[in-house]
Design a protein around this ligand. Structure first.
Ligand SMILES: Cc1cc2nc3c(=O)[nH]c(=O)nc-3n(C[C@H](O)[C@H](O)[C@H](O)COP(=O)(O)OP(=O)(O)OC[C@H]3O[C@@H](n4cnc5c(N)ncnc54)[C@H](O)[C@@H]3O)c2cc1C
Length: 407
């Protein structure tokens, strides 16, 4: 299934990424991870480093899925505001979930900074602005709730925004402790470190079916069988590959565009990662080599557009949005793509053991904070296998009761 179309930026930054051979003979392991994207590699890395004998299979090659289409923003604030999540699942659980996202950013930054190769990880603050005056009240409520739960946010009013940026907005929340990275370099390098920690990786190896029970699964692939005690599905935006009956994904498509490098980036205080209250939202970041990445324009179709002119049409719209915000910037587009993007009705990921299929785990981090969810999935599933209860396991459990307040 095609997950993205167009010219991707990140793979061009690491042309020497290693290849892994396919599975040629039967193997045994404690845990089998299916999928070699951000989530599968994070799970493989965490499990292997915890002493769990782990095999990872990928039907194509590492990072070939939506991980390459990712724009590399690591943000603890979610597509669903803390205040809306509190209405949905209660304030205590909502704050617990946000805290788990914030500590996942910390873990990702620490891991990324400790890798043997530079993956362009940088601490950044995020700038979440009101798209229009109507959204200001909700944004002020969000600021109050984030502050009350100790998230250390700042409020910028219209005057301060106007004096720092070339655009005018009526208010914004600045969140601290977020980060950006190069997702392709990060995941391909993390895979190498995971292999050093004992992970066995097989590319061109497709999961077909599973029989047996927890402790003694027999997995059929397009080549040899795998005997595993646990199976983790990190199959990204192809939820049907995970089987089971709990996942009710909304699959859309989204667009991203990357400019040519600029001599310098002016008018952009702190190189904030910018995003807004409108849904779907626009988001922007800068890169280590002075490019600008802008994404958004989500559409309700699962399949990415498969025509260069259609992708170009959307990236010209993204370019004009960029010029509206930064009219003095002389920007030219260089890369542009469309990618499948998954969400859930309650804006939470599906992570944890399938209650109808013990020993089989979902690691499906649907939503704008997919990378954060990948890191949470890796820890939560590792803890579950080791018999430890993770603090947010009931919030993201596949069989949670989905509570979506009426509009
Ligand atoms: C345009 C765009 C921008 C985004 N920007 C951000 C961002 O800034 N920050 C953020 O946090 N998230 C972002 N995301 C979301 C992020 O890309 C995803 O959360 C992340 O890539 C998911 O990683 P994954 O490993 O779950 O999925 P994938 O990278 O798709 O990996 C899943 C893998 O499973 C393999 N697979 C599937 N079925 C099988 C099978 N039967 N056997 C073997 N292998 C199989 C696939 O081949 C694939 O390689 C963005 C997404 C898009 C589309």
């Amino acid at each position: 299934m095609t997950l993205h179309f167009g010219s991707l930026y990140w793979p061009s930054t690491r042309p020497d990424s290693p290849a892994y051979s396919p599975l040629l003979e039967p193997v045994r392991c404690d845990a089998l991870v299916v999928g070699g994207g951000m989530t599968g590699i994070a799970c493989g890395y965490t499990l292997a480093r915890s002493g769990i004998d782990t095999v990872l299979i990928e039907q194509s090659s590492i990072c070939s899925g939506s991980t390459s289409a990712n724009t590399g923003i690591l943000q603890y604030s979610n597509d669903i505001m803390l205040s809306d999540l509190a209405d949905q699942i209660g304030e205590y659980d909502a704050a617990e979930f946000y805290r788990a996202c914030k500590s996942a950013v910390e873990q990702l930054v620490q891991v990324a900074a400790g890798l043997p190769r530079d993956v362009d990880v940088k601490r950044r603050n995020s700038f979440y602005y009101a798209s229009n005056d109507r959204d200001l009240i909700a944004l002020e409520k969000e600021f109050e709730m984030l502050s009350r739960h100790g998230f250390g946010v700042e409020w910028w009013d219209a005057e301060r925004i106007g004096s720092a940026f070339p655009f005018r907005k009526s208010g914004a929340i600045v969140t601290h402790g977020d980060a950006e990275l190069n997702p392709y370099r990060f995941v391909s390098t993390l895979a190498e470190s995971a292999v050093q920690a004992g992970l066995r990786v097989y590319e061109k190896t497709k999961f077909l079916s599973v029989d047996g029970r927890k402790g003694s699964f027999v997995v059929r692939t397009n080549s040899a069988e795998i005997h595993a005690e646990h199976v983790v599905y990190a199959v990204g935006y192809t939820p049907e590959a995970a089987g089971g009956s709990w996942i009710r994904a909304k699959l859309n498509r989204s667009y991203a565009m990357v400019t040519k490098p600029l001599d310098s980036i002016e008018d952009w205080p702190q190189r904030f990662m910018l995003w807004e209250t409108a849904r779907p939202y626009l988001y922007l970041r800068t890169t280590a080599d002075n490019r600008i990445v802008i994404g958004g324009l989500d559409e309700s179709f699962r399949q990415p557009v498969l025509s260069e002119s259609e992708v170009e049409h959307r990236s010209l719209r993204l370019l004009s949005e960029l010029k509206l915000l930064f009219p003095n910037m002389r920007v030219e587009k260089e890369y542009e793509w469309c990618g499948t993007f998954g969400e859930s009705a309650d804006n939470l990921p599906w992570i944890g053991e399938d209650p109808s299929r013990p020993g089989q785990y979902y690691a499906l981090g649907y939503g704008g904070n997919g990378t954060i969810y990948s890191a949470i999935a890796a820890r939560l599933i590792r803890d579950d296998i080791m018999g430890i209860k993770h603090p947010i396991s009931s919030i993201v459990a596949p069989d949670r009761k989905t509570k979506v307040p009426s509009a």
